[in-house]
Design a protein around this ligand. Structure first.
Ligand code: PLP
Length: 480
């Protein structure tokens, strides 16, 4: 096949490619952005223009774009040795090595690793695991449950009191993926709505966004408010029906909501009190994003389950995982028990080889340590943007930040939907891209700019990010 030209690619993209979460009609007149290569923290488009990728792909290319040669070699060797085999009843060396490596990096007794191909599958698998855990641990009802009618849920609800744990709790505005189970856990109404009714039953509690709380509320009061909300929700759902509390260490959607003091200890305590499994969604936060291998370490979360994807391979390969503690695994070690779940590509040997190579690079280059050593300077630099009236808040930690944009800094008043449309979609996103910076403007909650560069970014890239943001936001401010 002859090499496709840039012009051909444009036309072929317009004719055939269906991009994710994309208003395809917007490309009738405009050109599809086509990214052709990457190096370090930079990307290049089909016309040779360079961009600083302040979003690390999708919060995920943790080691940056320069390690294709080395990781490709690991993939090639695995292709030669064993291009595919399954984790359904079999093991193979790379899955075993990666499981052991992940377990050794994970905090506490998170020792058992179940591989999947991405974040949504990991979240889906965590919920299924939690549902089945109580069955296997409890009455060993597995075989009896199989004989129950498919309308089991409806019948139980109609009878007044469901007798099994199947419900989940997550937080408002949190993003957890798009497959139906993971989507049901999502707290973003706009992406749930087209697919409702979703899985029974998930409720969403307050997230840890403090910016629009009363200014005189103390951090401790805020924590108490959040924990009370969680406890009331558990009680109103019926604690004996809830199997999972699923939350990110730092919530991405809405703009890097960090936890207030004592929050995670309180959530852990409530999960213990009501015998509910606590799942940390670390699809973004693991593998260095918060300056630790796991965000759970940073906040001493002690989850029962962790979901992973993105940074596990720095997105060089499609691999995710669910990690379970010894306690969660224990009933599944019974001679006749099994987690009734599997995915063909889960633990794919080439993906495992890629993830192993990624971890080796992260260790060799001291990437987690680099984030810890650089985060204060990164934050301080971003905080200079607070000089602009349009920037109301800078929040986040590690290499994971958001700027909240406001119409009025004094009152913290936000923009109307129409203003978001013209300001974010109409001006900011294209202007940042035009200026050579890829980051995300998001108004699924209050409008934010999300910044989450590859973890290899240094002071030079951070200065460039803040410089471009400063110029473009100053112009946005003039336009209001
Ligand atoms: C916290 C979180 N969970 C789950 C997912 C879903 O991951 P994937 O897109 O790999 O299915 C994402 C994706 O951004 C995420 O940020």
């Amino acid at each position: 096949m002859t090499e496709t030209t840039t012009v051909d690619l444009q036309q072929l993209a317009k004719d055939h490619l269906w991009m994710h979460f994309t208003r395809m009609g917007g490309y009738d007149a405009a050109e599809v952005p086509i990214i052709v290569r990457g190096e370090g923290c930079y990307l290049e488009d089909a016309k040779g223009k360079r961009y600083l990728d302040a979003l690390a792909g999708l919060f995920s290319v943790n080691i940056g774009y320069s390690h294709g040669e080395e990781i490709g070699q690991a993939a090639l060797e695995q292709m030669r040795e064993l291009p595919f085999y399954t984790n359904w009843s079999y093991a193979h060396p790379r899955a075993i090595e990666l499981a052991a490596e992940v377990a050794s990096l994970a905090p506490g007794d998170l020792n058992r690793v179940f591989f999947v191909s991405g974040g949504s599958e990991a979240v889906e698998s965590a919920w299924k695991l939690a549902r089945q855990y109580y069955l296997v641990r409890g009455e060993k009802r597995l075989r009896r449950a199989a004989a129950e009618p498919e309308t089991f849920h409806d019948a139980l609800v109609a009878a007044g009191k469901p007798q099994r744990r199947y419900k989940a709790i997550a937080r408002h505005l949190a993003y957890h993926g798009t497959t139906l189970g993971a989507l049901s856990i999502n707290g973003i109404p706009a992406i749930r709505m087209p697919f409702e009714p979703l899985l029974p039953e998930v409720r969403h509690v307050h997230n840890t966004n403090r910016y629009h709380r009363r200014p005189d509320e103390t951090e401790q009061d805020f924590t108490s408010f959040l924990l009370d909300d969680l406890e009331q929700t558990i009680l109103s759902m019926g604690p004996e029906t809830v199997c999972l509390v699923h939350m990110e260490p730092v919530q991405n959607a809405g703009g890097c909501f960090t936890p207030p003091v004592g929050y995670w200890q309180g959530v852990r305590e409530l999960c213990d009190r009501y015998d509910i499994l606590l799942s940390a969604d670390e699809v973004i936060t693991a593998f260095g994003r918060l300056g630790y291998w796991f965000g759970s370490e940073r906040y001493d979360i002690r989850p029962d389950i962790v979901t992973l994807a993105k940074g596990l391979s720095s997105s060089y390969g499609a691999i995710g995982a669910v990690i379970a503690t010894d306690r969660v695994m224990e009933p599944f070690l019974d001679a006749t028990s099994m987690y009734s779940h599997g995915i063909t590509f889960g633990g794919h040997p080439v993906m495992c080889a890629i993830a192993l190579a990624n971890i080796e690079i992260m260790k060799r280059e001291g990437i987690v340590e680099h984030v810890r050593a650089t985060e204060d300077a990164f934050r301080a630099k971003l905080e200079t943007l607070l000089d602009l009236d349009i920037v109301g808040d800078v929040r986040g930690t590690g290499f994971f930040y958001a700027l909240e944009l406001v119409r009025d800094k004094e009152t913290r008043a936000t923009f109307s939907d129409e203003e978001c449309e013209t300001l974010l979609r109409g001006y900011l996103s294209p202007a940042l891209f035009e200026a050579g910076l890829i980051c995300r403007t998001d108004d699924r909650g209050d409008p934010v700019v999300q910044i989450s560069p590859p973890l290899v970014a240094t002071g030079t890239e951070i200065d460039e990010i803040v410089g471009i943001l400063g110029d473009v936001l100053a112009e946005a401010q003039r336009r209001i």
